[in-house]
Design a binder for this molecule. Sequence first.
Ligand SMILES: Nc1ncnc2c1ncn2[C@@H]1O[C@H](COP(=O)(O)OP(=O)(O)OP(=O)(O)O)[C@@H](O)[C@H]1O
Ligand SMILES: [Mg+2]
Length: 411
Amino acid sequence: MEREAVLVAIDVGTSKAVALIGEVTASGALNIIGKGAPPSSGLKKGIVINIDQTVSSISQAIDQAERLSGYKLESAFVSVGGNHVESQNSRGAVAVSGPRKEVSREDVARATEVARAVNIPSSREILHVLPRGYTVDGQEGVKDPLGMSAVRLEVETHIVHASGTAVQNLSKCVQQAGVRIDELVAAPLAAAEAVLSDTEKDLGVAVADIGAGTTDLALFMDGSPFHTVVIPIGGANVTNDMAIGLKTSLQVAEDLKVRHGTSDLRSVQPDQMLTVETIGDEAGRQIAQADLAAIIEARMRELFERIGDEISMAGHGGVLPAGVVLTGGAAQLTGAAELGREVLQMPVRVAAPAGVGGLVDNLLNPAYSTSIGLLLWGAHAIIGAEPGRFESAPAYGTFGRLRDWVRNLFP
Ligand SMILES: Nc1ncnc2c1ncn2[C@@H]1O[C@H](COP(=O)(O)OP(=O)(O)OP(=O)(O)O)[C@@H](O)[C@H]1O
Ligand SMILES: [Mg+2]
């Protein structure tokens, strides 16, 4: 299959920095041709707290991906995580211009501009202004108003914004690692690209990417996002609680969590004992698996309650018929879906990225949803040519060139 474009994703997480190189074929298929995912340092809860360490983590990821692919990485789609990512919905209305009173691209752009003019403090950087739907002369629920005869056009948008300084620090690190930024993408929306189906997005669904430092949450209804937020709780909190509760090191706690941890108390045998290496007593001591599970369950319950609060506050009566899709490294915890179902009283499934080819060993794992989602985001942007998507992208780098290429295809 002929290669149409090469896209790059960079996801700098709290536990690992990922660089992926993917080729998009003419039919829209995505093949991974390079990857690097070294452990990261320099971030806390998804936010850069040490520039040098973060640059070095990104550089390592890039080196590995370049060596594997033989491709020189120039520009990338970059995820933005951290608890400073927030969203709001805003409407914009304009009178349809032009003598024939048909909705043009320009009318759509003007309406979106009005919606964007909502009061957002100057300390915030707008990442996305995504059109959710249009109202054309009072007729709601129009997905594509282009060419419709109308007097008044109204757009409902979902605006995702982030702390300006946090975004600048992240951008600085990526640029210092020698890579230009095609587009900054909110991490929850990138994860959604990788694991949610169109049907789920239409029905109403949430994706929760449970990472090491944070949980990225995005809620969808009628095909588009309506609430995007990052909750500052992740798998590292669970490990930390265990280390404190069991008086052991973070490494021992992490290993214990991955091998014997569960958040489903009902699945634990009451008499099951485990040996734990304690600080000052390397020979180890016996603890009940039920005690371990109790520590894990308490933190995971807190996380699911926070997810539940966000879902009830976000609107649509707190009802998401397709439930919650868990992904991210920490979604692999045994019993995560079971506890999620109990706390949220909704369908809950755990998902890994799918539908990509090439060098996918280890990548079809929940921990890579955000990075694969970034590539899919880029691929959709060049093939789908949705209104609004291109408008927010800088006119440089691979993406700028691809955009021009798409515009030539769809005049
Ligand atoms: N099998 C497993 N069971 C339970 N937890 C796991 C398992 N494998 C990985 N984890 C947890 O997943 C977390 C890492 O997830 P991930 O790689 O998605 O994080 P990240 O992207 O680096 O961080 P963030 O997105 O929060 O900045 C760690 O806390 C780790 O303990
Ligand atoms: Mg992550």
